[in-house]
Design a protein around this ligand. Structure first.
Ligand code: GLN
Length: 481
Protein backbone atom coordinates (compact mmCIF):
# COMPACT_ATOMS: atom_id res chain seq x y z
CA UNK A 1 0.00 0.00 0.00
CA UNK A 2 1.24 3.47 -0.92
CA UNK A 3 0.03 5.97 1.68
CA UNK A 4 0.33 8.91 -0.73
CA UNK A 5 -2.56 7.39 -2.70
CA UNK A 6 -4.92 7.37 0.27
CA UNK A 7 -7.54 9.90 1.28
CA UNK A 8 -7.05 12.21 4.27
CA UNK A 9 -9.45 10.22 6.47
CA UNK A 10 -7.70 6.93 5.59
CA UNK A 11 -4.30 8.43 6.35
CA UNK A 12 -5.52 9.89 9.63
CA UNK A 13 -6.86 6.52 10.68
CA UNK A 14 -3.46 4.90 9.98
CA UNK A 15 -1.74 7.66 11.99
CA UNK A 16 -4.17 7.15 14.87
CA UNK A 17 -3.71 3.37 14.84
CA UNK A 18 0.07 3.98 14.77
CA UNK A 19 0.39 1.99 11.54
CA UNK A 20 1.93 4.96 9.72
CA UNK A 21 3.88 7.96 10.97
CA UNK A 22 3.44 11.49 9.60
CA UNK A 23 7.22 11.66 9.00
CA UNK A 24 7.03 8.48 6.87
CA UNK A 25 4.28 9.96 4.72
CA UNK A 26 6.23 13.22 4.56
CA UNK A 27 9.31 11.38 3.20
CA UNK A 28 7.11 9.52 0.72
CA UNK A 29 5.61 12.69 -0.81
CA UNK A 30 9.10 14.18 -1.18
CA UNK A 31 10.27 10.96 -2.82
CA UNK A 32 7.34 11.39 -5.26
CA UNK A 33 8.41 15.01 -5.80
CA UNK A 34 11.97 13.85 -6.55
CA UNK A 35 10.58 11.42 -9.14
CA UNK A 36 8.25 13.89 -10.81
CA UNK A 37 9.44 17.49 -10.46
CA UNK A 38 11.96 17.44 -13.31
CA UNK A 39 9.26 16.30 -15.72
CA UNK A 40 6.29 18.26 -14.32
CA UNK A 41 7.60 21.37 -12.52
CA UNK A 42 4.56 21.51 -10.24
CA UNK A 43 6.35 23.46 -7.51
CA UNK A 44 8.27 26.72 -7.56
CA UNK A 45 9.73 25.93 -4.14
CA UNK A 46 9.74 22.82 -1.97
CA UNK A 47 9.95 23.13 1.81
CA UNK A 48 11.36 19.69 2.64
CA UNK A 49 14.04 20.63 5.19
CA UNK A 50 11.99 23.16 7.16
CA UNK A 51 9.16 20.80 7.95
CA UNK A 52 11.05 17.72 9.05
CA UNK A 53 10.88 19.02 12.61
CA UNK A 54 7.16 19.68 12.31
CA UNK A 55 6.61 16.16 10.94
CA UNK A 56 8.46 14.78 13.96
CA UNK A 57 6.18 16.82 16.23
CA UNK A 58 3.16 15.26 14.50
CA UNK A 59 4.73 11.83 15.05
CA UNK A 60 4.94 12.60 18.72
CA UNK A 61 1.35 13.80 19.01
CA UNK A 62 0.04 10.62 17.38
CA UNK A 63 2.30 8.35 19.37
CA UNK A 64 1.02 10.02 22.57
CA UNK A 65 -2.57 9.85 21.33
CA UNK A 66 -2.78 13.65 21.54
CA UNK A 67 -3.82 14.63 18.04
CA UNK A 68 -7.25 16.11 17.57
CA UNK A 69 -7.10 17.25 13.97
CA UNK A 70 -7.79 15.35 10.75
CA UNK A 71 -5.19 17.52 8.99
CA UNK A 72 -2.41 16.95 11.54
CA UNK A 73 0.67 15.81 9.60
CA UNK A 74 -1.07 15.96 6.20
CA UNK A 75 1.26 17.38 3.49
CA UNK A 76 -0.52 20.12 1.55
CA UNK A 77 0.82 22.23 -1.35
CA UNK A 78 -0.02 25.93 -1.57
CA UNK A 79 -0.52 27.97 -4.74
CA UNK A 80 2.09 30.69 -4.88
CA UNK A 81 -0.39 33.57 -4.71
CA UNK A 82 -1.27 32.74 -1.09
CA UNK A 83 0.97 34.29 1.57
CA UNK A 84 2.89 32.11 4.03
CA UNK A 85 4.87 34.19 6.52
CA UNK A 86 8.62 34.35 5.86
CA UNK A 87 8.34 32.57 2.52
CA UNK A 88 8.37 34.04 -0.93
CA UNK A 89 5.04 34.74 -2.65
CA UNK A 90 5.91 35.31 -6.30
CA UNK A 91 2.56 34.85 -8.12
CA UNK A 92 4.84 33.41 -10.83
CA UNK A 93 5.73 36.98 -11.78
CA UNK A 94 9.08 38.69 -12.22
CA UNK A 95 7.43 41.58 -10.40
CA UNK A 96 7.40 39.62 -7.12
CA UNK A 97 10.37 37.31 -7.68
CA UNK A 98 12.14 38.73 -4.59
CA UNK A 99 9.07 39.34 -2.40
CA UNK A 100 8.84 37.64 1.00
CA UNK A 101 5.50 37.59 2.85
CA UNK A 102 5.50 39.39 6.19
CA UNK A 103 2.28 37.63 7.31
CA UNK A 104 0.13 34.52 6.91
CA UNK A 105 -3.06 34.43 4.84
CA UNK A 106 -6.08 33.55 6.99
CA UNK A 107 -6.32 30.11 5.32
CA UNK A 108 -2.66 29.47 6.24
CA UNK A 109 -3.24 30.53 9.86
CA UNK A 110 -6.16 28.11 9.99
CA UNK A 111 -4.18 25.23 8.50
CA UNK A 112 -1.29 25.91 10.88
CA UNK A 113 -3.73 25.62 13.79
CA UNK A 114 -4.56 22.14 12.44
CA UNK A 115 -0.82 21.24 12.27
CA UNK A 116 -0.92 20.74 8.51
CA UNK A 117 2.50 20.36 6.86
CA UNK A 118 3.19 22.57 3.85
CA UNK A 119 5.12 20.86 1.06
CA UNK A 120 5.87 23.98 -0.96
CA UNK A 121 4.53 26.71 -3.24
CA UNK A 122 3.08 25.67 -6.59
CA UNK A 123 3.41 27.18 -10.05
CA UNK A 124 0.57 29.22 -11.59
CA UNK A 125 -0.22 31.49 -14.49
CA UNK A 126 1.20 34.91 -13.60
CA UNK A 127 -1.13 36.55 -11.04
CA UNK A 128 -3.59 33.67 -11.72
CA UNK A 129 -4.37 34.93 -15.23
CA UNK A 130 -4.57 31.98 -17.58
CA UNK A 131 -5.92 28.52 -18.18
CA UNK A 132 -2.80 26.43 -18.79
CA UNK A 133 0.05 27.49 -16.43
CA UNK A 134 1.91 28.57 -19.54
CA UNK A 135 1.88 32.23 -18.43
CA UNK A 136 4.29 31.65 -15.52
CA UNK A 137 7.50 33.72 -15.58
CA UNK A 138 9.28 30.66 -14.16
CA UNK A 139 8.52 27.96 -16.73
CA UNK A 140 5.73 25.58 -17.69
CA UNK A 141 4.02 22.93 -15.60
CA UNK A 142 3.07 19.68 -17.37
CA UNK A 143 0.06 17.40 -17.00
CA UNK A 144 0.93 14.30 -14.90
CA UNK A 145 -1.26 12.10 -17.12
CA UNK A 146 0.70 13.00 -20.25
CA UNK A 147 3.47 15.58 -20.28
CA UNK A 148 2.66 16.71 -23.83
CA UNK A 149 -0.47 18.33 -22.38
CA UNK A 150 -1.10 21.30 -20.08
CA UNK A 151 -2.29 20.68 -16.52
CA UNK A 152 -4.81 23.51 -16.88
CA UNK A 153 -4.61 26.76 -14.99
CA UNK A 154 -4.16 28.94 -13.32
CA UNK A 155 -3.71 26.51 -10.38
CA UNK A 156 -1.91 24.03 -12.67
CA UNK A 157 1.00 23.50 -10.26
CA UNK A 158 -1.37 22.60 -7.41
CA UNK A 159 -3.24 20.10 -9.61
CA UNK A 160 -0.05 18.54 -11.01
CA UNK A 161 1.32 18.18 -7.49
CA UNK A 162 -1.73 16.30 -6.19
CA UNK A 163 -1.85 14.29 -9.43
CA UNK A 164 1.75 13.14 -9.02
CA UNK A 165 1.18 12.59 -5.28
CA UNK A 166 3.92 15.06 -4.31
CA UNK A 167 1.27 16.41 -1.93
CA UNK A 168 -1.88 14.84 -0.49
CA UNK A 169 -4.00 17.89 -1.33
CA UNK A 170 -3.46 21.47 -2.42
CA UNK A 171 -4.95 24.93 -2.18
CA UNK A 172 -5.73 26.87 -5.33
CA UNK A 173 -7.62 30.04 -6.16
CA UNK A 174 -10.54 30.29 -8.55
CA UNK A 175 -11.53 33.55 -10.26
CA UNK A 176 -13.06 32.05 -13.40
CA UNK A 177 -12.34 28.35 -13.04
CA UNK A 178 -8.73 28.08 -11.89
CA UNK A 179 -9.44 25.37 -9.33
CA UNK A 180 -12.04 23.35 -11.25
CA UNK A 181 -10.48 23.41 -14.72
CA UNK A 182 -7.00 22.13 -13.70
CA UNK A 183 -8.61 19.60 -11.35
CA UNK A 184 -10.65 18.30 -14.29
CA UNK A 185 -7.60 18.20 -16.60
CA UNK A 186 -5.66 16.21 -13.98
CA UNK A 187 -8.39 13.74 -12.88
CA UNK A 188 -9.00 15.37 -9.49
CA UNK A 189 -11.74 16.98 -7.44
CA UNK A 190 -11.67 20.81 -7.49
CA UNK A 191 -14.01 22.78 -5.27
CA UNK A 192 -14.77 26.51 -5.47
CA UNK A 193 -16.77 27.40 -2.37
CA UNK A 194 -19.52 30.04 -2.18
CA UNK A 195 -17.98 33.49 -2.57
CA UNK A 196 -17.17 34.89 0.85
CA UNK A 197 -17.15 31.63 2.82
CA UNK A 198 -13.34 31.37 2.70
CA UNK A 199 -11.39 34.50 3.57
CA UNK A 200 -9.37 36.13 0.79
CA UNK A 201 -7.11 37.87 3.31
CA UNK A 202 -3.56 37.06 2.23
CA UNK A 203 -4.53 35.91 -1.27
CA UNK A 204 -2.90 38.26 -3.79
CA UNK A 205 -5.90 39.93 -5.44
CA UNK A 206 -6.63 39.40 -9.13
CA UNK A 207 -10.35 40.26 -9.45
CA UNK A 208 -11.63 40.74 -5.92
CA UNK A 209 -15.35 40.23 -6.58
CA UNK A 210 -14.63 36.84 -8.19
CA UNK A 211 -11.54 35.42 -6.40
CA UNK A 212 -12.05 32.48 -4.06
CA UNK A 213 -9.63 30.07 -2.40
CA UNK A 214 -10.49 26.35 -2.37
CA UNK A 215 -9.07 22.82 -2.38
CA UNK A 216 -7.82 20.51 -5.12
CA UNK A 217 -7.97 16.94 -3.84
CA UNK A 218 -8.23 13.26 -4.79
CA UNK A 219 -11.66 12.80 -3.23
CA UNK A 220 -14.77 14.81 -2.41
CA UNK A 221 -14.34 14.01 1.28
CA UNK A 222 -10.81 15.50 1.23
CA UNK A 223 -12.30 18.71 -0.18
CA UNK A 224 -14.94 18.67 2.55
CA UNK A 225 -12.30 18.32 5.27
CA UNK A 226 -10.22 21.18 3.89
CA UNK A 227 -13.24 23.42 3.28
CA UNK A 228 -14.45 22.96 6.84
CA UNK A 229 -10.97 23.86 8.12
CA UNK A 230 -10.39 27.00 6.04
CA UNK A 231 -13.89 28.54 5.94
CA UNK A 232 -15.36 31.02 8.40
CA UNK A 233 -16.07 34.70 8.79
CA UNK A 234 -12.99 36.94 8.86
CA UNK A 235 -13.03 40.60 9.86
CA UNK A 236 -9.92 41.18 7.70
CA UNK A 237 -11.88 40.42 4.52
CA UNK A 238 -14.75 42.86 3.98
CA UNK A 239 -16.57 40.43 1.66
CA UNK A 240 -16.39 37.55 4.10
CA UNK A 241 -19.79 36.07 5.03
CA UNK A 242 -21.07 34.13 8.00
CA UNK A 243 -20.90 30.53 6.86
CA UNK A 244 -24.48 29.60 7.74
CA UNK A 245 -25.04 26.59 5.52
CA UNK A 246 -28.39 25.82 3.87
CA UNK A 247 -29.57 22.26 3.86
CA UNK A 248 -30.60 20.92 0.46
CA UNK A 249 -31.51 17.26 -0.08
CA UNK A 250 -28.72 15.22 -1.62
CA UNK A 251 -30.69 11.97 -1.83
CA UNK A 252 -33.02 11.09 -4.70
CA UNK A 253 -35.67 13.59 -3.63
CA UNK A 254 -33.40 16.22 -5.22
CA UNK A 255 -34.03 17.60 -8.71
CA UNK A 256 -31.13 18.05 -11.12
CA UNK A 257 -31.00 20.52 -14.00
CA UNK A 258 -28.87 19.93 -17.09
CA UNK A 259 -27.81 23.32 -18.46
CA UNK A 260 -28.84 23.34 -22.12
CA UNK A 261 -26.45 26.13 -23.13
CA UNK A 262 -23.46 24.14 -21.83
CA UNK A 263 -24.39 21.04 -23.85
CA UNK A 264 -24.37 22.72 -27.27
CA UNK A 265 -21.83 23.80 -29.91
CA UNK A 266 -18.34 24.39 -28.63
CA UNK A 267 -18.58 21.47 -26.19
CA UNK A 268 -16.91 18.25 -27.32
CA UNK A 269 -18.93 15.05 -27.63
CA UNK A 270 -16.64 13.45 -25.06
CA UNK A 271 -17.42 16.16 -22.51
CA UNK A 272 -21.16 15.86 -23.18
CA UNK A 273 -20.97 12.07 -22.84
CA UNK A 274 -19.62 12.37 -19.31
CA UNK A 275 -22.61 14.50 -18.31
CA UNK A 276 -25.01 12.06 -19.98
CA UNK A 277 -23.35 9.16 -18.21
CA UNK A 278 -23.84 10.81 -14.79
CA UNK A 279 -27.42 11.80 -15.69
CA UNK A 280 -28.24 8.15 -16.51
CA UNK A 281 -26.81 7.03 -13.18
CA UNK A 282 -28.82 9.65 -11.30
CA UNK A 283 -32.03 8.72 -13.14
CA UNK A 284 -31.48 5.06 -12.35
CA UNK A 285 -31.23 5.99 -8.68
CA UNK A 286 -34.56 7.82 -8.84
CA UNK A 287 -33.43 11.44 -9.12
CA UNK A 288 -35.58 13.75 -11.20
CA UNK A 289 -33.52 15.26 -14.03
CA UNK A 290 -34.66 18.00 -16.38
CA UNK A 291 -33.18 20.27 -19.01
CA UNK A 292 -32.86 23.90 -17.92
CA UNK A 293 -32.17 26.91 -20.10
CA UNK A 294 -30.20 29.91 -18.81
CA UNK A 295 -29.62 31.87 -22.03
CA UNK A 296 -27.48 34.57 -20.42
CA UNK A 297 -24.79 31.94 -19.73
CA UNK A 298 -23.74 32.42 -23.35
CA UNK A 299 -22.53 35.90 -22.42
CA UNK A 300 -20.35 34.68 -19.51
CA UNK A 301 -17.01 35.07 -21.26
CA UNK A 302 -17.83 38.59 -22.50
CA UNK A 303 -19.01 39.68 -19.05
CA UNK A 304 -16.00 38.12 -17.31
CA UNK A 305 -13.46 39.66 -19.67
CA UNK A 306 -14.75 43.13 -18.83
CA UNK A 307 -15.18 42.71 -15.08
CA UNK A 308 -12.04 40.65 -14.32
CA UNK A 309 -9.61 42.89 -16.27
CA UNK A 310 -11.27 46.05 -14.83
CA UNK A 311 -10.71 44.79 -11.29
CA UNK A 312 -7.23 43.50 -12.14
CA UNK A 313 -6.17 46.87 -13.56
CA UNK A 314 -7.06 48.47 -10.21
CA UNK A 315 -5.57 45.68 -8.05
CA UNK A 316 -2.28 45.53 -9.94
CA UNK A 317 -1.75 49.31 -9.79
CA UNK A 318 -0.01 48.70 -6.46
CA UNK A 319 2.96 47.10 -8.24
CA UNK A 320 4.68 50.37 -9.05
CA UNK A 321 8.32 49.83 -8.06
CA UNK A 322 7.74 51.70 -4.79
CA UNK A 323 5.74 49.42 -2.54
CA UNK A 324 6.50 45.82 -3.48
CA UNK A 325 9.00 43.67 -5.29
CA UNK A 326 10.82 44.69 -8.43
CA UNK A 327 12.18 48.19 -9.11
CA UNK A 328 13.80 49.13 -12.41
CA UNK A 329 15.41 52.58 -12.18
CA UNK A 330 14.65 55.52 -14.47
CA UNK A 331 15.51 59.23 -14.64
CA UNK A 332 12.23 60.31 -13.07
CA UNK A 333 9.83 58.51 -10.75
CA UNK A 334 7.39 58.21 -13.65
CA UNK A 335 10.06 56.56 -15.79
CA UNK A 336 10.96 54.24 -12.91
CA UNK A 337 7.33 53.07 -12.68
CA UNK A 338 7.09 52.66 -16.42
CA UNK A 339 10.32 50.63 -16.57
CA UNK A 340 9.31 48.51 -13.57
CA UNK A 341 5.90 47.62 -14.98
CA UNK A 342 7.24 47.06 -18.48
CA UNK A 343 9.83 44.61 -17.21
CA UNK A 344 7.96 43.08 -14.28
CA UNK A 345 4.72 42.02 -15.95
CA UNK A 346 4.34 39.36 -18.66
CA UNK A 347 2.30 39.71 -21.86
CA UNK A 348 -1.02 38.30 -20.57
CA UNK A 349 -1.01 40.49 -17.46
CA UNK A 350 -0.29 43.56 -19.59
CA UNK A 351 -3.13 42.60 -21.96
CA UNK A 352 -5.56 42.38 -19.02
CA UNK A 353 -4.42 45.69 -17.51
CA UNK A 354 -4.86 47.41 -20.87
CA UNK A 355 -8.31 45.87 -21.40
CA UNK A 356 -9.38 46.81 -17.89
CA UNK A 357 -8.08 50.36 -18.03
CA UNK A 358 -9.89 50.83 -21.33
CA UNK A 359 -13.17 49.44 -19.99
CA UNK A 360 -12.99 51.76 -16.98
CA UNK A 361 -11.95 54.91 -18.82
CA UNK A 362 -14.21 57.98 -18.94
CA UNK A 363 -16.58 57.68 -21.88
CA UNK A 364 -16.38 53.89 -22.00
CA UNK A 365 -17.18 53.09 -18.37
CA UNK A 366 -20.95 52.98 -18.85
CA UNK A 367 -20.77 51.39 -22.25
CA UNK A 368 -18.51 48.50 -21.21
CA UNK A 369 -18.01 48.07 -17.47
CA UNK A 370 -21.50 49.34 -16.53
CA UNK A 371 -23.16 47.01 -19.05
CA UNK A 372 -21.12 44.05 -17.82
CA UNK A 373 -22.26 44.76 -14.26
CA UNK A 374 -25.88 44.89 -15.41
CA UNK A 375 -25.53 41.58 -17.24
CA UNK A 376 -23.87 40.04 -14.18
CA UNK A 377 -26.84 41.10 -12.05
CA UNK A 378 -29.19 39.55 -14.59
CA UNK A 379 -27.23 36.30 -14.44
CA UNK A 380 -27.45 36.22 -10.64
CA UNK A 381 -31.23 36.69 -10.90
CA UNK A 382 -31.52 33.96 -13.55
CA UNK A 383 -29.66 31.49 -11.33
CA UNK A 384 -31.84 32.41 -8.33
CA UNK A 385 -34.94 31.73 -10.44
CA UNK A 386 -33.50 28.44 -11.69
CA UNK A 387 -32.76 27.25 -8.16
CA UNK A 388 -36.47 27.56 -7.34
CA UNK A 389 -36.97 24.68 -9.81
CA UNK A 390 -33.90 22.53 -9.32
CA UNK A 391 -31.49 21.77 -6.47
CA UNK A 392 -28.30 21.15 -8.46
CA UNK A 393 -27.10 22.07 -11.93
CA UNK A 394 -24.88 19.77 -13.95
CA UNK A 395 -22.62 20.53 -16.94
CA UNK A 396 -19.20 19.59 -18.25
CA UNK A 397 -16.39 21.31 -16.30
CA UNK A 398 -14.47 22.08 -19.47
CA UNK A 399 -15.48 22.05 -23.13
CA UNK A 400 -12.71 19.52 -23.94
CA UNK A 401 -10.02 17.36 -22.37
CA UNK A 402 -6.65 19.03 -21.61
CA UNK A 403 -5.03 20.61 -24.68
CA UNK A 404 -1.41 20.30 -25.77
CA UNK A 405 1.25 22.70 -24.46
CA UNK A 406 1.59 25.55 -26.95
CA UNK A 407 -1.70 24.71 -28.70
CA UNK A 408 -3.56 27.86 -27.61
CA UNK A 409 -0.80 30.26 -26.58
CA UNK A 410 -1.00 32.32 -29.76
CA UNK A 411 -4.79 32.62 -29.61
CA UNK A 412 -5.95 34.23 -26.34
CA UNK A 413 -9.62 34.09 -27.35
CA UNK A 414 -9.50 30.34 -27.82
CA UNK A 415 -7.74 30.02 -24.47
CA UNK A 416 -10.47 32.15 -22.84
CA UNK A 417 -13.15 29.82 -24.27
CA UNK A 418 -11.86 26.96 -22.12
CA UNK A 419 -13.51 28.66 -19.11
CA UNK A 420 -16.98 28.82 -20.64
CA UNK A 421 -18.51 26.35 -18.17
CA UNK A 422 -16.72 27.50 -15.01
CA UNK A 423 -17.04 31.32 -15.19
CA UNK A 424 -20.82 31.53 -14.45
CA UNK A 425 -20.34 30.24 -10.88
CA UNK A 426 -17.80 33.01 -10.18
CA UNK A 427 -20.02 35.71 -11.67
CA UNK A 428 -22.95 34.53 -9.53
CA UNK A 429 -20.90 33.64 -6.42
CA UNK A 430 -22.16 30.04 -6.43
CA UNK A 431 -20.41 27.00 -4.98
CA UNK A 432 -19.22 24.71 -7.77
CA UNK A 433 -17.25 21.50 -7.90
CA UNK A 434 -15.57 19.42 -10.57
CA UNK A 435 -15.66 15.64 -10.14
CA UNK A 436 -13.54 13.33 -12.31
CA UNK A 437 -15.73 10.83 -14.14
CA UNK A 438 -13.79 9.19 -16.95
CA UNK A 439 -11.04 9.23 -19.55
CA UNK A 440 -11.09 10.50 -23.13
CA UNK A 441 -9.94 8.36 -26.05
CA UNK A 442 -6.50 9.98 -25.58
CA UNK A 443 -6.52 8.61 -22.01
CA UNK A 444 -6.86 12.04 -20.45
CA UNK A 445 -9.27 12.80 -17.59
CA UNK A 446 -12.71 14.35 -18.06
CA UNK A 447 -14.99 15.72 -15.37
CA UNK A 448 -18.44 17.07 -14.69
CA UNK A 449 -19.30 20.23 -12.80
CA UNK A 450 -22.09 20.55 -10.25
CA UNK A 451 -23.33 23.93 -9.01
CA UNK A 452 -25.85 24.79 -6.33
CA UNK A 453 -27.23 27.88 -4.62
CA UNK A 454 -25.04 30.12 -2.46
CA UNK A 455 -24.23 28.68 0.99
CA UNK A 456 -25.26 25.14 0.11
CA UNK A 457 -21.62 23.99 -0.07
CA UNK A 458 -22.01 21.11 2.37
CA UNK A 459 -25.05 19.70 0.57
CA UNK A 460 -23.21 20.10 -2.75
CA UNK A 461 -20.33 18.06 -1.33
CA UNK A 462 -22.72 15.36 -0.06
CA UNK A 463 -24.41 15.12 -3.45
CA UNK A 464 -21.03 15.05 -5.24
CA UNK A 465 -19.86 12.22 -3.04
CA UNK A 466 -22.86 10.16 -4.13
CA UNK A 467 -21.85 10.68 -7.77
CA UNK A 468 -18.21 9.93 -6.94
CA UNK A 469 -19.18 6.62 -5.33
CA UNK A 470 -21.35 5.63 -8.27
CA UNK A 471 -18.83 6.54 -10.97
CA UNK A 472 -15.81 4.90 -9.29
CA UNK A 473 -13.20 6.81 -11.33
CA UNK A 474 -9.75 5.27 -10.94
CA UNK A 475 -7.93 8.56 -10.60
CA UNK A 476 -4.27 7.77 -10.81
CA UNK A 477 -1.81 8.85 -13.46
CA UNK A 478 0.83 6.19 -13.97
CA UNK A 479 4.52 6.44 -13.53
CA UNK A 480 5.29 8.88 -10.69
CA UNK A 481 5.23 6.69 -7.58
N1 GLN B 1 -8.63 31.26 -16.86
C1 GLN B 1 -9.33 32.39 -16.32
C2 GLN B 1 -8.55 33.64 -16.56
O1 GLN B 1 -7.59 33.58 -17.24
C3 GLN B 1 -9.59 32.17 -14.85
C4 GLN B 1 -8.41 32.39 -14.00
C5 GLN B 1 -8.66 32.12 -12.55
O2 GLN B 1 -9.66 31.52 -12.19
N2 GLN B 1 -7.75 32.59 -11.74
O3 GLN B 1 -8.85 34.69 -16.09
Amino acid sequence: MDASNLSIREINSLFTKKELKPSELYSKVFENAANSEAALHAHLTLFEEENIKKAAESDKRFSNGESASLLDGIPIAIKDNINIKNYKTTCSSKMLSNYTSPYDATVIEKLKEQNTLFTGKTNLDEFAMGSSTENSAFGLTKNPWNTDYVPGGSSGGSAASVGARSSIAALGSDTGGSIRQPASFCGLVGFKPTYGTVSRFGLVAFASSLDQIGPITKTVDDSRIIFSSISGEDSRDATSVINNQLNIPSDNTATIGVIKELMEDGISDEAKNEVNKVVEILKSKGYKVKEISIPIIKLSISIYYLIAPAECSANLARFDGVRYGLRVDGNTSYEMMENTRAEGFGAEVKRRILLGTYALSAGYYDEYYGKALQARKEMIDEFAKTFKDVDYLISPTTPTQAFKSGEKTSNPLEMYMSDLCTIPANLAGLPAISIPTGLSKDELPLGVQIMSKPLSDNSLLDFSEIIENEVQFDGQPKGWL
